[in-house]
Ligand binder design. Structure first.
Ligand SMILES: [Zn+2]
Length: 155
């Protein structure tokens, strides 16, 4: 018997906003405040650790969600759909794990007082850009250039 209308695809565990983290107050430096002074470093340490905690929670949630559901579909067609969903989720989680690693190494750099400067040219990356991308290790110019080069190499 043909399967009746495919079960409405239930919303997959949301692809999540994990490449961004917005749950913080933007830092307002005082006039003449030194770039990456202790207060600023603390600010970013807090952002990074909250972000990491959030990501780890999501990873955990997926794992237990998959354990709960794994055995529930005797119908092979349902299983196939479910496996697709799982593999999508796994890819998302894989990205998150990589991001967590990146966050860890970024926190390390803060500890070593090596945070907030462009790896390529050495300029200050800037608080606003770092708040948008706390793991950024290049200034916007170098990053843009690197992306152009990468595209050229690929294609
Ligand atoms: Zn640069």
């Amino acid at each position: 018997m043909p399967r009746a209308a495919k079960k409405a695809a239930k919303p997959t565990a949301k692809a999540s906003a994990s490449t961004e983290f917005k749950n913080f107050e933007p830092y307002k430096p005082k006039r003449g405040e030194k770039y990456m002074n202790e207060k600023q470093r603390d600010h970013f340490k807090i952002i990074l650790s909250k972000w990491k905690a959030e990501l780890m929670q999501e990873v955990d949630r997926t794992v237990s969600h998959m354990k709960d559901e794994a055995a529930n579909f005797p119908d092979p067609a349902d299983r196939a759909t479910q496996e697709e969903e799982f593999s999508l989720e796994l890819r998302t989680r894989d990205r998150e794990r990589k991001l967590i690693k990146k966050i860890d190494s970024t926190m390390e750099r803060i500890e070593q007082d090596d945070y907030g400067y462009c790896d390529a040219c050495g300029v200050e990356i800037g608080i606003q850009r770092l708040e948008a991308r706390p793991t950024a290790s290049m200034c916007i110019d170098c990053k843009t250039l690197a992306e152009i080069k990468e595209k050229q190499e690929l294609g």
